[in-house]
Design a protein around this ligand. Structure first.
Ligand SMILES: *Cc1c(COP(=O)(O)O)cnc(C)c1O
Length: 382
């Protein structure tokens, strides 16, 4: 794998599977299923790792690719997105102050709330739709971490990553960005000043709804990064080699998948923007979206493939639409090649801050006209 940054991230993605076996010429990598690695005649290690909880050639290759895609000093893969998030949050000192969006990926926020009750953390949740809210939420000298997403799940508010990095750094905090939805094809937070990028690789990076995985990419090869490596080995939240291999395969078509899905999402958003059965369509690619200009500035070539619709009425009407579609599958998650539709408030439960009439749509790579007709027919049942 050539991690030389002369190539665009699109080329890097295709080359993710690039591998030339020196003995056979095989152009794709094998799955190194071994959990343990032998020593040589001098009792020196042959490979950099001796046991797969510390390192394995299959996920080491995957990490080289992921570090290159985000332009980081290194990447570490985990057995799920949440394993990556919880391991990373272990590096934030007990009792520290953290700022995060009020509406964000609910699993990560659930964990932040647990840190408040279990480890004495102080948490300020800010309104991601208000560009001034983050600056008001941080406390110079006290805030250790600013955690953001952009676009924010599932309202798709856009946070200015470069501005957030400045606010975090001025307060003495680090900035971590959950870029799962944007993918490294459209958004590279490290280039905008972030210190850490997180992706649920379960979503677009793998892209086929058949692998659970997470990744952290660090801007610096520093003490925190070394500690994350130790924590992963000790807490054991590592990925299996088969999943790493599937991810290497999925990443090869990352840009084709997300570009097609984003084009479909834009077509759907534009078609339904002023629909009589909807109160709103939330998608940063619409010029009417309040975050459109910021998204255009910081994203490269697309606005992602996630959007939400606010159904006229309430939870009942929204759930009716979610069960009336044929093509859109009523399931949670996102980032696969198939389109999904979900009533978010039901999934998040009674504490959810998400509007009750919101349906979250993960747009896939099907034919856009078919998708539009399917959603039209579902709305017609109202
Ligand atoms: C899915 C998701 C996560 C959690 O990742 P898992 O792989 O499910 O553990 C975190 N953030 C976002 C934005 C997600 O969509």
């Amino acid at each position: 794998m050539n991690s030389n940054k002369l190539y665009s991230s699109r080329t890097m993605a295709v080359q993710a599977g690039y591998y030339m076996d020196p003995h056979t010429g095989a152009v794709t990598p094998p799955v190194y299923a071994a959990t343990t690695f032998a020593r040589d005649d001098e009792y020196e290690t042959i490979y950099s790792a001796t046991y797969s909880r510390y390192g394995n050639p299959t996920y080491d290759q995957l990490e080289t690719v992921l570090a290159a895609l985000d332009g980081g000093a290194g990447a570490r893969v985990f057995g799920s997105g949440m394993a990556a998030i919880t391991t990373f949050l272990q590096t934030v000192p007990a009792g520290a102050h953290i700022a995060a969006p009020r509406i964000m990926y609910h699993g990560a926020q659930d964990w932040l709330r647990r840190l408040v009750t279990e480890r004495g953390m102080d948490l300020t949740l800010f309104d991601a739709a208000d560009p001034k809210a983050l600056a008001a939420a941080v406390r110079p000298g006290e805030t250790a971490l600013v955690w953001i997403e952009s676009p924010v799940n599932p309202t798709w508010d856009v946070i200015d990553v470069a501005a957030a990095a400045n606010v975090a750094h001025a307060a003495g905090a680090i900035l971590a960005v959950d870029a799962t939805v944007a993918t490294p094809v459209f958004l590279r937070p490290l280039e905008l000043g972030a210190d850490m990028v997180f992706h649920s690789a379960t979503k677009y990076l793998n892209g086929h709804s058949d692998v659970l995985a997470g990744v952290l990419v660090s801007a610096a090869d520093d003490a925190r990064w070394a500690e994350i490596g130790r924590l992963r080995a000790l807490m054991g939240g590592i990925l299996g080699p088969f999943e790493a291999w599937l991810l290497l395969r999925g990443i090869r078509t990352l840009h084709l998948r997300v570009e097609r899905a984003a084009a479909n999402a834009l077509a759907i958003a534009q078609h339904f923007e002023n629909h009589l059965k909807l109160d709103a369509v939330l998608y940063p690619g619409l010029t009417s979206h309040p975050g459109h200009e910021t998204a255009k500035r910081q994203m490269d070539g697309g606005f992602g493939a996630m959007l939400s619709i606010l159904v006229r009425g309430g939870a009942k009407e929204a759930r009716q639409v979610a069960t009336a579609t044929n093509l859109f599958i009523p399931a949670t998650s996102l980032g696969g090649v198939e389109s999904l539709i979900e009533h978010r408030a039901t999934v998040e439960g009674p504490d959810s801050a998400v509007p009750k009439n919101l349906l979250r749509i993960s747009v896939g790579i099907e034919d856009a006209t078919d998708l539009i007709q399917d959603l039209e027919a579902a709305l017609d049942t109202l």
